[in-house]
Design a protein around this ligand. Structure first.
Ligand code: ADP
Ligand code: MG
Length: 383
C-alpha cells in the first residue's frame, strides 16, 4: 500500500469509525505541449502523473455525504438539497459536492457516502489537484452506486462540477487526463471534437525522463491576464472570420490582415502551438522521443515572446535546464508561475535539477521543488 493510500484508509477509519468499502485514485497531470490552445478549439497533449489523490469511501443508507480531507483535517457534511444548489457548499468540499450535483443533474441515483481524501498532488501548483479530486470522487461514487456512467462521459461531468458548481471556468483537458490517461502514454485531445488518442510516451524505455520543476513562483495577475489572452484570441478569430483560431489555415495571410502587433503575436502563438502539438504527436508515433525536444523549447519561446505569459522564474528554469543538457524544456500550464518540464536523459535528471536549484539560489528566488514525471495511469479503483 502506498503512503497516500494508507493515509486515506487510516483517515477514513479515524474520521468515520469504520472500514472503507474500497479505495479509488485519480492522478494530477502535466501538459507536455499545447498551451492556451484549448479555448481556441485546438490540440493539447497532457499526461497523468504518478502523484494521485486517493479517496477511501463507503456508502451511506440515505442521500447525504460526509467528506474528510487530510489537507485540513476537517469533515464537511452536506445533503441532497445542498448538493443540488450550485455554490452552496464552498471551499474544498465544493469540488466533491459539485461531482454529486453533476451526477444528480444527469439523473443518476448517487448513493450517500462517507469519503476520506488523501493526496500527494500539490494543490495550486498547476498540476491539477482539483481535477484529480473531482475524478477520484466521481470514480468512487460511480462504482459504489453501480452507476451507468460511460468513461467517455466522465471528463465532462467532472468539468461541469468545477465550472458550474465551484464556479471555475476551466477547460476539459485536466479531467480528461486524470480520467482517461494510460500509463506510458500521453493523451492527444482535440478540444473541438473531444476525440482522444493514446500516444506512446514511455520515456523510461528510451532512457529518458521528464523533469518537472515546480517553480513556486507566486501566481501574478493570472486570472486577469488569462481573461485578456482569451479575449484577444476571440477578437482575432472574429476579425479573421473564423470560428476559432484553430481554423487559421494560412498564418502569413492572417497576420497581414490583423491590425496590431500584439494581436499578431497572440495569434502566431496559438497557430504555431497547435502545429507543434501535431508535430510532437507525429514524432512520438514514430518513436522519435528525443526529437520532440526542440518543439518543447520552441513552445516556450512562443509563450515567452509572443503570448507573454512567462515570468523570470520559469524562464530561468528553462534556460538553465537547456544549458545543463536537457533535450527541450518549457513552462507547462496557464502561465504567470507554475511548473516547468524538461526532457532529459534518465541519469541526468538529478544534475539538471541541481543546476536549476543553484541558478535559483544565485538569483535569490525561492528554492524550487522537482520530481520525475513518469506518464501514469488515469483514475480507477485501487483496492
Ligand atoms: P490545481 O488544480 O492546479 O492544483 P486549483 O486551484 O484548480 O489548483 O485547485 C486547488 C483546490 O483543489 C484547492 O484549493 C482545494 O480546494 C482543492 N483540493 C486540492 N487537493 C485537495 C485535497 N487533498 N483535499 C481537499 N481539497 C483539495
Ligand atoms: Mg485545477
Amino acid at each position: 500500500m502506498s503512503d497516500v493510500t494508507a493515509r486515506a484508509a487510516a483517515g477514513f477509519s479515524s474520521a468515520f469509525g469504520a472500514e472503507p468499502a474500497g479505495l479509488w485514485a485519480a492522478p494530477g497531470r502535466v501538459n507536455l505541449i499545447g498551451e492556451h490552445t484549448d479555448y481556441n478549439d485546438g490540440f493539447v497533449l497532457p499526461f497523468a502523473l504518478p502523484h494521485r489523490i486517493v479517496v477511501a469511501a463507503a456508502s451511506l443508507p440515505t442521500p447525504r455525504w460526509r467528506v474528510w480531507s487530510e489537507q485540513s483535517d476537517e469533515t464537511i457534511e452536506f445533503d441532497a438539497a445542498q448538493a443540488d444548489e450550485p455554490g452552496k457548499i464552498d471551499g474544498w468540499a465544493g469540488y466533491v459536492a459539485g461531482v454529486v450535483w453533476a451526477l444528480r443533474a444527469k439523473g443518476h441515483d448517487v448513493p450517500g457516502a462517507s469519503l476520506a481524501v488523501a493526496s500527494d498532488v500539490p494543490a495550486g501548483a498547476g498540476l491539477s489537484s482539483s481535477a484529480a479530486l473531482e475524478s477520484a470522487v466521481l470514480t468512487a461514487l460511480a462504482d459504489l452506486g453501480d452507476l451507468a456512467v460511460p468513461v467517455e462521459e466522465r471528463p465532462a461531468l467532472a468539468q461541469r462540477a468545477e465550472n458550474d458548481y465551484v464556479g471555475m471556468p476551466c477547460g476539459i483537458m485536466d479531467q480528461s487526463a486524470s480520467i482517461r490517461a494510460e500509463a506510458g502514454h500521453a493523451l492527444f485531445l482535440d478540444c473541438r471534437t473531444l476525440a482522444i488518442e493514446q500516444i506512446p510516451f514511455d520515456v523510461a524505455s528510451f532512457g529518458l525522463a521528464v523533469l518537472v520543476v515546480d517553480t513556486r513562483a507566486p501566481h501574478r495577475h493570472a486570472g486577469g491576464e488569462y481573461a485578456s489572452r482569451r479575449r484577444a484570441c476571440e477578437e482575432a478569430a472574429a476579425l479573421l472570420g473564423v470560428p476559432a483560431l484553430r481554423d487559421v489555415a494560412d498564418l502569413d495571410a492572417a497576420l497581414a490582415a490583423l491590425p496590431d502587433d500584439v494581436m499578431r503575436r497572440r495569434v502566431r502563438h496559438v497557430v504555431t502551438e497547435n502545429q507543434r502539438v501535431l508535430e510532437t504527436v507525429a514524432l512520438l508515433r514514430a518513436g522519435e522521443v528525443r526529437e520532440i525536444g526542440p518543439l518543447l523549447t520552441a513552445s516556450h519561446a512562443s509563450m515567452r515572446d509572443d503570448f507573454e505569459i512567462t515570468v523570470p522564474e520559469v524562464d530561468l528554469a528553462v534556460s538553465t535546464a537547456l544549458a545543463a543538457g536537457a533535450y527541450g524544456a518549457r513552462m507547462t500550464g496557464g502561465g504567470f508561475g507554475g511548473c516547468v518540464l524538461a526532457l532529459v536523459d534518465a541519469d541526468s535528471i538529478e544534475p539538471v535539477a541541481a543546476a536549476v536549484a543553484a541558478a535559483y539560489a544565485g538569483a535569490g528566488f525561492t528554492a524550487p521543488v522537482w520530481f520525475a514525471a513518469r506518464p501514469s495511469a488515469g483514475a480507477g479503483r485501487i483496492e
